[in-house]
Each structure stands twice: as structure tokens, then as C-alpha cells.
Ligand binder design. Structure first.
Ligand code: PA5
Length: 327
């Protein structure tokens, strides 16, 4: 996992290489909505991409982390299946439903049932390199989704250019990222992490929580501002030093949310006795997101070391899948 985290920018480059070789069939009907199906390490890329493109794309994007599709899905829906193994049953069953509803379908996977399903039905599918934990393959799903939207004419090439720019940003800040990641892991150790960010960074903070869960064997939760100002902030009345709040700050936070961050930090720090400020670097939402994602990946690695845990172990997920497989 250490090697996979360290080579994140190489994976982004490889993802661009894969994307450059893809040719796609344009939809043979107008597309009115987009649905992306995926769970865990394969669903998070869709959440992050939907945050990134929401101000540009003219179509609504719905994320499905379940067995069933929303009622609006029909022939004018683009349904994307994202499953690293290709065998996640919630995703494959949702795609069976998409096929039955006559939707236009696309897949992103390293193989398995999803690859077979796409081949057999004549749906486009991008095959990414397999054999690693799905959470370490985020670079591939991010780039393939953006590339697909770009090739279909839903978004300009700007997002892809910004991912390219992130490669240099991360490489130029490797030493600094490492120091902050170690500080963050020290701060979180022995406490319950509470991760706060603005709504357009929700994918980033969900990814952070997932990485702490899976890599570090650590419980945390995440909430967005402003929504948490309307409920969870009151919950801090019962907060104390067991909790370790982390604020994901960025230059593009809405001015009114900046003020909300200040007031929230002040209120929360009175209970937790400390807050950790993570400041994103970069010139765009995408660069800032990838900077934070990479920094947290390292923090999850260091926190795993502190917890003396096995970073690769996801035995309980494997057990659960095998028990369901017997049904
Ligand atoms: O990290 C993991 O292994 C999980 O979160 C998986 O990504 C999730 O179970 C879905 O599996 P897949 O990515 O193969 O569709």
C-alpha cells in the first residue's frame, strides 16, 4: 500500500495513457440524466467527479450505492457501472435493471462479471489494471469518468487539464505533504476523527473517512458545512476531548461558508480542546481535491502504523461478500 500511495501520480499518468487509447460509441439517443453505480473504493470516484463537474455539466448526476435504480431511469438515461473487481453484486444487479429499462450503459472495471456483461451486450467498457485494492485505484476511475464525459461532449477538457496540473502540484509538494500527513495522524491517534469540509469537497472528505476506516482500522465520521451548522453543531454540546475535528480548508470556499468555518471551529474547539486545519494547495477545485486526497492517503498510512494494524486487511468485507455469495 505504501508503494501504491507513493506512486499515485504515476497512476494518474497511466490513467491518461489508458484514456488516450479509448474510442467510445456516442449515445444513439438524447441523454437526459446520468446515473453512476458503484460501492466503496469504486463508488467514491463517482462522488468526487460529480462534485468536480457539477457547475459545468448540464445533466443531473445521481449516485447509486444500492441494488436498485431510481424510478426515473429509462432509455434516455446513461447508466455507468463502476466496479474494480467487476463482481460487486449491488452494482451488477443495478446494471441488470438498467439493461431491462433500456438505458445506455458504460462500464469501468478491471474485469469480472462487469467486463463480461459489457462485452456480451455491446456496451462500451474501460478496462483498468487489476490486482490491487480498489481504494488504491482511485486515479483510474477519476480519469476514466472525466474522459468519458469529455468524449461524449458533456464537459470540456478543462477538468482533465486540471488533473494533469495536479500531478506536478503533488510532486512539487511531496515533502510538505509527508510532514502534514504525519502531524495529522498524530493528532487523530486514539481519538475519533470528525472530518468537516464544504459541500463541494464532500467526495474528498468521504474518501478521507473511507481511507481511515480501511487503511488505518479507525472510526471517523464526516459532515459538510453548511449542513452541519443546522444540526450537528448543536450535537457538540455533548462533545468532548475524545473527538478530533479536522477542517478541510480551501481558497475557493464560499465567503459565507468561510465565516461559518470560523464560527464552527471556535465553537467546536471549546469542546474538543483542539482542531486541525488542513489547507488545500492548488489553483482549481480539482488540484486542491487531489492534493487533499493524497495527503490523507499518507495520513491513513501513518495512522495505520500507529495502530499497529495491517493496512491491506479487509477480511471482514471479504467474509461478508462470500457469505452473501452463498445466498
Ligand atoms: O475497498 C474495498 O475493497 C471496497 O470498498 C470495495 O471497493 C467495494 O466493496 C466494492 O468492490 P469493487 O470495487 O470491486 O466493486
Amino acid at each position: 500500500m505504501k508503494e501504491l500511495i507513493a506512486t499515485f501520480t504515476n497512476q494518474l499518468e497511466e490513467a491518461f495513457e489508458i484514456a488516450s487509447k479509448q474510442a467510445f460509441n456516442a449515445p444513439d439517443r438524447p441523454i437526459h440524466n446520468i446515473v453512476i453505480c458503484g460501492l466503496g473504493g469504486s463508488g467514491i470516484g463517482a462522488k468526487i467527479v460529480s462534485n468536480w463537474v457539477q457547475n459545468e455539466i448540464a445533466l443531473p448526476i445521481t449516485l447509486v450505492n444500492e441494488y436498485t435504480l431510481p424510478g426515473f431511469v429509462g432509455p434516455n438515461s446513461l447508466v455507468i457501472g463502476s466496479s474494480y473487481s467487476g463482481n460487486t453484486e449491488e452494482t451488477t444487479m443495478a446494471l441488470d435493471e438498467a439493461k431491462a429499462k433500456g438505458a445506455f450503459i458504460f462500464g469501468v472495471t478491471s474485469g469480472g462479471h462487469l467486463a463480461k456483461f459489457c462485452t456480451e451486450n455491446g456496451y462500451d467498457c474501460v478496462i483498468v489494471p487489476g490486482g490491487n485494492p480498489p481504494r488504491s485505484a482511485l486515479a483510474y476511475s477519476l480519469v476514466q469518468l472525466l474522459n468519458y464525459f469529455n468524449k461524449l461532449g458533456f464537459i470540456s477538457a478543462k477538468s482533465l487539464d486540471e488533473v494533469q496540473a495536479s500531478i506536478g502540484l503533488i510532486r512539487n509538494n511531496t515533502a510538505e505533504i509527508d510532514v502534514i500527513a504525519q502531524e495529522l495522524s498524530t493528532y487523530l491517534f486514539g481519538k475519533v476523527g470528525v472530518l468537516y469540509g464544504e459541500t463541494k469537497y464532500e467526495g474528498v472528505i468521504v474518501r478521507a473517512r473511507q481511507q481511515f476506516n480501511e487503511n488505518s482500522k479507525y472510526l471517523a465520521w464526516n459532515q459538510v458545512i453548511p449542513e452541519m451548522n443546522h444540526n450537528e453543531l448543536v450535537g457538540w454540546g455533548g462533545g468532548d476531548e475524545r473527538f478530533a475535528p479536522v477542517f478541510f480548508n480551501a481558497a475557493d470556499i464560499h465567503p459565507r461558508n468561510k465565516k461559518r468555518f470560523e464560527i464552527t471551529k471556535d465553537a467546536v474547539s471549546k469542546k474538543s480542546n483542539a482542531v486541525f486545519n488542513l489547507e488545500a494547495k492548488g489553483d482549481s477545485l480539482i488540484e486542491r481535491s487531489l492534493y487533499l486526497i493524497h495527503l490523507v492517503d499518507w495520513a491513513s498510512y501513518y495512522l495505520c502504523e500507529r495502530n499497529h494494524a495491517d493496512i491491506m486487511d479487509i477480511e471482514i468485507i471479504d467474509y461478508l461478500k462470500s457469505e452473501l455469495g452463498k445466498m
